[in-house]
Design a binder for this molecule. Structure first.
Ligand code: FEO
Length: 169
């Protein structure tokens, strides 16, 4: 069984992933209101991915006979009010999640829990992708600037994103 500190850190990360799900759902509302349905679809897939991240940790903690504890999820705060500023927040948030996963790995390392460390490897690699995706879209949005046609082209591209349940661990 995992030690208490590591179990608490897993429970905390489950909460962070559920908050991510909630935050991206809140961002989806902004794009629905703007009639940018491709962006809204991108966030919808992101919501499903975050739920999968949370459930991966949830199932692992359960498999290790840990104690699952669900805490309150913070109210999501969307700081931006344009596509650019919202994606700035997405990138900032993903960097924060990367830091949290690193801290969780530090706790697993301190506990000499090789199994947990090996499991968490998937998450730290996933964060590289999460940050890169947000950064790419942000870069494109900055290039587009005030060009409405460019924005609609990107919207069409993001409409094609589909959710594939990840194989975690
Ligand atoms: Fe669960 Fe977007 O990281």
């Amino acid at each position: 069984m995992m030690n208490e500190k590591l179990q608490a850190a897993f429970n905390d990360q489950i909460n962070k992933e559920l908050y991510s799900e909630y935050l991206y759902l809140a961002m989806k509302i902004y794009f629905l209101e703007q009639n940018l349905n491709g962006f809204a679809n991108w966030f919808d897939v992101q919501v499903q991915e975050e739920r999968a991240h949370a459930m991966g940790l949830f199932n692992y903690l359960n498999d290790r006979e840990g104690t699952l504890k669900l805490e309150a999820i913070d109210k999501p705060v969307v700081e931006g009010n344009t596509p650019v500023t919202i994606f700035e927040q997405v990138l900032k948030h993903e960097k924060f999640v990367t830091e949290r996963i690193s801290a969780l790995m530090d706790v697993a390392d301190e506990a000499h829990d090789r199994a947990a460390l090996s499991f968490l490897d998937w998450y730290i690699k996933e964060q590289v992708e999460e940050e890169a995706t947000a950064s790419t879209i942000l870069g494109t949005l900055r290039l587009i600037g005030d060009d409405k046609k460019g924005l609609l082209m990107l919207d069409r591209e993001l409409a094609a994103r589909t959710f594939t349940a990840p194989t975690i661990g």
